[in-house]
Design a protein around this ligand. Structure first.
Ligand SMILES: Cc1cc2nc3c(=O)[nH]c(=O)nc-3n(C[C@H](O)[C@H](O)[C@H](O)COP(=O)(O)OP(=O)(O)OC[C@H]3O[C@@H](n4cnc5c(N)ncnc54)[C@H](O)[C@@H]3O)c2cc1C
Length: 381
C-alpha cells in the first residue's frame, strides 16, 4: 500500500478498482487480507476525505461499469461518509464535547501504563499490536479492522473511546472529524444507544484468514453509556450566490476545485489553506501533515496549469482578511473551529449541492438515510 499524494494516482487507483475488483466488492469487502493484499477494497478514502476525488465522480464511474442494483453496496458505502458528515452538521456539539472530553481525559491518562503500552503496540493481544504497527506504517486500516481495533480498545483494554479516536486521527491519512468520531461512538454503543460492537475471536479469525490465533478478548461487554442528548440544530445551509470579482478559500477537504460545481465561477484568486499542528486540538503525525501538504501542492499545480491564480497560505493568515471572501465549506472539524475562534464575519460559505440535498436526510439513522440513496443518486450522478 502506497498512498501517493496526487489526484492522478487517486484516479488510477479508483479506475483499477472499478475495472478489476468492484464486481466482488460486496462478497469480499469484509476480509482484511493484510496490507499487501488490499484489492478487495478501494483504498480511496485518503483521497475522498481530502476532496481529491468526490463522491459523485466515484459513483458515476462505478455506474458506467455496473447497474445500480449490482453496485448498491459500494454506493451505500461511498455515501456513508456523506451521511456521517450530515449527521455531525446537524449536531455539531458532539464534536465540541468530544474535544472537551478528550482534553480532560488526556491529562488523566498521560502517564497511564495501559494507555502507553497500547499506543506503542505492547499489549498482550498480538493482532492488536500488529494493527498499531500497521496504522503507523501505512496510515490506513481496513474498515473491519477499525471496528475490531476500537472494540478491543474500549472493551478489552478498557480505555476511553476518545483517546482511541484521537489516536486514529493522528495517524490515519483519511482521518475525518465525522466518520472517525461517530465510528468510535458507534462501536462504544453511544451513537446507537445501547447497541455496541463487541468483537468476537471467531470473527477476527474468519475475516483475516486465520492470521491470528488465541486472541483473548472480553466478548461479554456491555455498551458504554453517555447521558448527553444532542437535539438537531436549526441551521440552514444557505446558498451564497457568487457575485463580483471575489477571492476563494479552499481547505483540505476540497482539494480538487476544478472538478467542483464552483469551477466556472471565475474567482479572482484562490487561497489553498494549510492547517498545521499549532492550530489543531488533535496533533497529527508528521506523515499525515506531509500528506496534506503534498495533496495541497498537487492541487496548486493543477490550478496553475489551468492558469487559475492561486497561493498556499497558512490558516493563521485568515486573521488578516478584511474583505468579503468566499470559502468552500470546510465542515464541522478543526478548520471550521479555527474560523469560529477568530470570529471573522466576512466569509461566505459555499456548500456542495450533494451535501445540501443529502444532509436533510441525516436526522435519523443510516437505515432511514439508505431509503433516500436512489433519490440522491438520481439527482446528482
Ligand atoms: C472506528 C472507526 C473509525 C473510522 N474512521 C474513519 C476516518 O477517520 N475517515 C474515514 O474516511 N473513514 C473512517 N472510517 C470508515 C471506514 O473504515 C473507512 O472509510 C474505510 O475503511 C476506507 O477504506 P476504503 O476506501 O478502502 O473503503 P471502501 O470499502 O472501498 O469504501 C469506499 C468508500 O466508501 C466510504 N466508506 C466506506 N465505509 C465507510 C464508513 N463506515 N464510514 C464512512 N465512509 C465509509 C469511504 O469514503 C471509502 O473510501 C472509520 C470506521 C470506524 C469503524
Amino acid at each position: 500500500m502506497n498512498f501517493k499524494p496526487s489526484r492522478e494516482f487517486a484516479i488510477e487507483q479508483l479506475d483499477k478498482f472499478i475495472e478489476e475488483n468492484l464486481i466482488e466488492y460486496s462478497k469480499l469487502r469484509n476480509f482484511d487480507f493484510g496490507p499487501d493484499r488490499r484489492s478487495n477494497v478501494s483504498c480511496i478514502s485518503p483521497y475522498v476525505n481530502h476532496g481529491v476525488i468526490n463522491e459523485s465522480e466515484i459513483i458515476n464511474k462505478s455506474l458506467k461499469k455496473f447497474s445500480f442494483i449490482k453496485n448498491e453496496k459500494f454506493i451505500q458505502e461511498v455515501l456513508w461518509r456523506v451521511y456521517w458528515k450530515g449527521w455531525m452538521e446537524l449536531r455539531p456539539k458532539v464534536w465540541t464535547d468530544f474535544l472537551n472530553d478528550l482534553n480532560e481525559i488526556k491529562i488523566k491518562y498521560q502517564n497511564n501504563e495501559n494507555y502507553l503500552n497500547t499506543i506503542n503496540g505492547k499489549t498482550n493481544i498480538d493482532c492488536f499490536n500488529y494493527w498499531v504497527g500497521e496504522l503507523k506504517k501505512y496510515n490506513y486500516l481496513h474498515n473491519h479492522t477499525r471496528m475490531w481495533f476500537a472494540s478491543i480498545w474500549i472493551f478489552t483494554l478498557e480505555l476511553p473511546w476518545q483517546l482511541g479516536a484521537e489516536f486514529f486521527m493522528k495517524h490515519l491519512f483519511d482521518g475525518d472529524s465525522a466518520s472517525n468520531t461517530l465510528g468510535w461512538r458507534w462501536v462504544a454503543g453511544i451513537q446507537t444507544k445501547g447497541k455496541h460492537y463487541s468483537v468476537q475471536e471467531w470473527n477476527i479469525k474468519k475475516f483475516t484468514n486465520n492470521k491470528f490465533d488465541k486472541i483473548k478478548l472480553n466478548e461479554n461487554s456491555l455498551p458504554k453509556t453517555d447521558g448527553r442528548t444532542y437535539p438537531i440544530i436549526n441551521k440552514e445551509f444557505v446558498d451564497n450566490t457568487v457575485s463580483g470579482e471575489k477571492k476563494l478559500l479552499v481547505f483540505d477537504n476540497n482539494l480538487s476545485f476544478e472538478n467542483t460545481e464552483f469551477a466556472n465561477k471565475n474567482f479572482k484568486k484562490i487561497f489553498l489553506v494549510l492547517n498545521g499542528n499549532e492550530t489543531r486540538k488533535i496533533k497529527l503525525s508528521e506523515k499525515v501533515l506531509n500528506f496534506k501538504k503534498f495533496l495541497t501542492h498537487d492541487q496548486e499545480i493543477r490550478l496553475k496549469q489551468k492558469s487559475i491564480s492561486c497561493e498556499i497560505i497558512n490558516i493563521g493568515e485568515l486573521k488578516n482578511i478584511n474583505e468579503d471572501i468566499y470559502a468552500l465549506y470546510p465542515s464541522v472539524g478543526e478548520n471550521l473551529d479555527y474560523i469560529n475562534s477568530i470570529n471573522i464575519k466576512n466569509i461566505k460559505f459555499l456548500y456542495r449541492k450533494i451535501d445540501k440535498y443529502s444532509w436533510k436526510f441525516c436526522n435519523k439513522g443510516f437505515f432511514n438515510f439508505k431509503n433516500y440513496i436512489p433519490k440522491i443518486v438520481q439527482e446528482f450522478i
